[in-house]
Write a protein that binds this ligand. Sequence first.
Ligand code: EPU
Length: 342
Amino acid sequence: MDIQIHQPLSNYTTIRIGGPAHFVADTHTVEELMAVETNAKRLGQKTYVIGGGSNLIGRDEGFDGVIIRNQIPGFDVIADDSESTTLKIGSGELWDSVVARTVDMQLSGIEALSLIPGTAGAAPVQNVGAYGQEVADTLQSVEAYDTTSGNMVELSWQDCEFSYRHSIFRGSSYGRYVITSITLKLYKKTPEPPFYAALQSYLDEHGIHEYDVATVREAVIAIRKDKLPDPSILPNAGSFFKNAIVEDWQRNSLLEQHPDMPSYKMDEKHYKIPTGWLIEQTGLKGESLHNMKVHDANALVLINQSATSYQDLANARAQIVGAVRDLFQITIEQEPLEITNQ
Ligand code: EPU
């Protein structure tokens, strides 16, 4: 186990913002993780577990406890039949390497989640989703260390209470569980249209009419590279805001003023409105604000141009949220989680 002292959170978050953490511990096994958790508890130190830091923001005050970098490996077939293969995956595995391996095995279920940064253990926390798939569609269960009881537990799909970009891990049980493995059930079938609109347009434009998991993966990678900046070149945390969810009456009243507003039906009463579109209408797409920049290819992404403090990000965020509220009376919400001392 590797423990470092006084490390800036900006080095551990892809948006590269955040003051110092007292300790940073890399854990490679469940035993190491449990040892760090129990010792930290004994010494009165709090802990915060991170994966790739690609959906996280540090604050200027940093973290006065132990940041645990979860690097637990594992990729095992635990069940196999004529239709499906079930895999148990260590939470520290890089998510995109997992997707690549499942695509090589001709398994379908997470191919549209290609090139999403971060680790396998982080995927259920925000229920990662893209191009028509979300991890909740294939996840069976997770194993986790329960910091309340000090025991390992297994949580079923139902226990995780998934919804759009949400689960108990960032909601009612925030900070309680450290995910150590995820179990996914993937299918031995070829992906079939209709695909998510942007994916279908890419396939049509490139004359691709025979689909397998590898073609879908390649198409998703090409689309993402176009729309989402590489954080190693332009620091960012992926989508900085969630898409807005509104009730049907609100959508109808907005459509009277903005007849070209896109929206997608979620359930009987709710519609999703793309926040990228809302921000674009405010005129802020491509604008530099407080050393941050609204990405010119995708207004949902906020790039750290030269910000060195959380305050810059907070000022840019307030300006964007305010502009959207003024124009649409919708309060948009930040997607990445923040590391706090509370
Ligand atoms: N749009 C604009 N202007 C923009 C950006 C988007 O008008 O600058 C509108 C367009 O109408 C477009 C629509 O938004 O048709 C949807 O855009 P896109 O397909 O790019 O998806 P998104 O809703 O912006 C979500 C996820 C992404 C995921 C894509 C593809 C969230 C918060 N984001 O973005 O996930 O890759 O769908 O499925 O739900 C992430 O979470 O970090 C992420 C990248």
